[in-house]
Write a protein that binds this ligand. Structure first.
Ligand code: PGA
Length: 251
């Protein structure tokens, strides 16, 4: 994957299939800039339906919101990377802060998920980000680098072709508070520089998305920063009225 403009929506645990169907139809009809790659993070029960619906669309694809860190077995209610691959899913979000918090997902567990995703040919949208407490203590950059190092730096250089990173400060997720373009750009540059120590100049080609209360009103400014290649959008991806303008915000 080379660096692209990416508008990724993360529906989380929202929308009925009927609501979702209307939303996807509108998004597909309204995307102006055909160079933008739109990804939609769909709840597990809808994945096959929306994979089929977007099958012939170049610029729209679906992502799973998670996969388990074990290959298979007695894990009631869980979904494996190989199951996702077997229904044709290409992308999976791994390491979202809500999963880290709700399910005690450590950097090590996330590393296992990343390995299984790659073993099954999936592409990974890897989330990282700090809490407000960590930022206030001025440890945010070290914290994010640690997340990246402990879950990704064991990978081969070639694996990075199949990773999209998403920087999502926890204090900005679902709070209405957004990192300023400068705060976001600073962290994205730090992440890219850090990746360079591992994969060299290839780091230029990695897409790094910003997530945390992205809205139509702030998307343009965020996406115009040098190291911000798009957004991972939660709340505002649930309505066409807000997600479509975000998709069309790239200059
Ligand atoms: P938000 O969520 O846009 O609602 O802040 C972002 C995310 O969690 O991916």
């Amino acid at each position: 994957m080379s660096k692209r403009k990416i508008a990724a929506g993360n529906w989380k645990m929202n929308l009925s299939i009927q609501e979702a169907d209307k939303l996807v139809t509108t998004i597909v009809k309204s995307q102006r800039d055909k160079s933008v790659h739109t990804l939609i993070g769909v709840p597990f029960p809808y994945l096959m339906e929306f994979k089929a619906k977007t099958r012939y669309m170049d610029k729209v694809d679906v992502m799973a919101q998670n996969c388990h860190h074990k290959a298979s077995g007695a894990h009631t209610g869980e979904v494996s990377a190989s199951m996702l691959a077997s229904i044709g899913i290409e992308y999976v979000i791994i390491g979202h802060s809500e999963r880290r918090a709700d399910n005690n997902e450590t950097n090590d567990i996330i590393k296992e998920k990343v390995d299984l995703a790659f073993a099954n040919g999936l592409k990974v949208v890897f989330c990282c980000g700090e809490s407000l407490k960590t930022r206030k203590a001025k440890k945010h950059i070290a914290h994010v680098k640690k997340q990246v190092k402990e879950s990704l730096f064991h990978l081969k250089k070639a694996d990075f072709d199949n990773i999209i990173l998403a920087y999502e400060p926890i204090w900005a997720i679902g709070t209405g508070e957004t990192a300023s373009p400068e705060q976001a750009q600073e962290m994205h540059r730090e992440i890219r520089d850090y990746l360079k120590t591992k994969i060299g100049t290839k780091s230029k080609n990695i897409s790094i998305l910003y997530g945390g209360s992205v809205k139509p009103a702030n998307a343009k400014e965020l996406f115009s920063q040098a190291d911000i290649d798009g957004g991972l959008v939660g709340g505002a991806s649930l309505k066409a009225d807000s997600f479509v303008p975000i998709i069309n915000s790239f200059s």
